[in-house]
Design a binder for this molecule. Structure first.
Ligand SMILES: O=C(CO)COP(=O)(O)O
Length: 131
């Protein structure tokens, strides 16, 4: 089954997200991707991925992705949060991470976990392809 993955990064983590997406670009091209607005714009422009862009995080993008997740339309979230910078939409961020826990959806909030999640999803997808 095609993995449905949401990609979100706070401003100071966007370069990490781009580097991560480049590393997994071949796999991510086989996935159904969505992202918050600015993150998605960079993934499209700099990595060449096809991404369903939602609003920017501070304008409700996290909530839009949360809604998709609650509807059962997201399999995993890579959410590179910046724990050192206060965000104006902190309640939205917490709501999205909470929704992942409520619905038992994979949620990687740092780079180390993001690598583990993407490498595992990639391995599963390769083994399904070989089956
Ligand atoms: O703020 C964000 C997530 O909380 C990310 O939004 P952008 O991708 O639009 O910068």
């Amino acid at each position: 089954m095609t993995p449905r993955i949401a990609l979100i990064a706070h401003d100071k983590k966007k370069d990490d997200m781009i580097a991560l997406a480049r590393e997994y670009a071949d796999f991510l091209r086989t996935c159904k991707l969505c992202a918050t607005g600015t993150t998605g714009g960079r993934l499209i422009a700099e990595v060449g991925l096809t991404v369903d862009r939602k609003h920017s995080g501070p304008l409700g993008g996290d909530l839009q992705i949360g809604s998709m997740l609650v509807e059962g339309n997201i399999d995993a979230i890579i959410f590179l949060r910046d724990p050192m910078t206060p965000q104006p939409h902190e309640p939205d961020i917490n709501a999205l991470v909470r929704a992942c826990d409520v619905h038992n959806v994979t949620c990687a909030t740092n780079l180390a976990t993001a690598h583990l999640v993407l490498s595992q999803l990639q391995a599963v997808s390769r083994s399904e392809g070989a089956a």
